[in-house]
Design a protein around this ligand. Sequence first.
Ligand code: ADP
Ligand code: ADP
Ligand code: ZN
Length: 217
Amino acid sequence: MNLIFMGPPGAGKGTQAERIVETLNVPHISTGDAFRAAMKEGTALGIQAKSFVDQGLLVPDEITVGIVKERLEQPDCTKGFLLDGFPRTVVQADALGSILNEMNRSIDVVLDLAVDRDRLLARLTGRRICKSCGATFHLIFNPTKVEGKCDKCSGDLYQRADDHEEKVGTRLDEYISKTAPLLAYYSERELVKSVNGEQAIDAVTEEIMNTLRGTNQ
Ligand code: ADP
Ligand code: ADP
Ligand code: ZN
């Protein structure tokens, strides 16, 4: 299956993607994770992306499309893929369409995780990430067993610079102006399935799996 996860920052895309890819056995392609890894390593891509990511702004389309194209051409994507956080603009969606076309492939479903703005603020400001393995937790909604330590690998947790309150507003505005229009774009192509992202984490996973089963039939 070729899937896209859409939804505003903090909707739960990464959390759900980590679970769903285990069941579907497809690679999880997160542009946000790719930018953070490049920034950590200080590569040319990381240096280019950093000023945008740190300000809560979208990275320019040419840069973003380039990394996704390269990733989709890897052999493990032949069995399917889950795109998390891409596309985020109409230009990126058009580019994705062309890339897949050339490969004789297409998107099967766009899952939209719907969550209201007040809830997103609480989710983003309380989000904590493992420095070692990248797993995502939340101070209140998904706490680790030992404070400050990852449940999976005991690594230290950190807060993303762009999850500080003053950056979160910019990111939500970027979503509304540039990414939300993609829902109409993919609705016209009859690909969008909406999932209630305001439920508990397990319930959201269940709704996603049920939706995908429905799509398969
Ligand atoms: P996204 O990838 O869409 O930005 P994340 O998956 O990182 O979102 O989730 C944002 C924060 O909200 C994380 O701290 C995560 O632990 C928490 N979270 C995810 N899903 C839920 C949920 N259904 N209920 C409450 N908190 C959630
Ligand atoms: P979240 O799901 O919380 O918004 P991500 O980890 O998906 O966070 O993205 C973090 C940042 O990386 C974004 O604010 C943006 O700067 C950059 N980014 C990620 N994906 C894209 C994309 N498709 N286009 C442009 N910028 C992106
Ligand atoms: Zn970890």
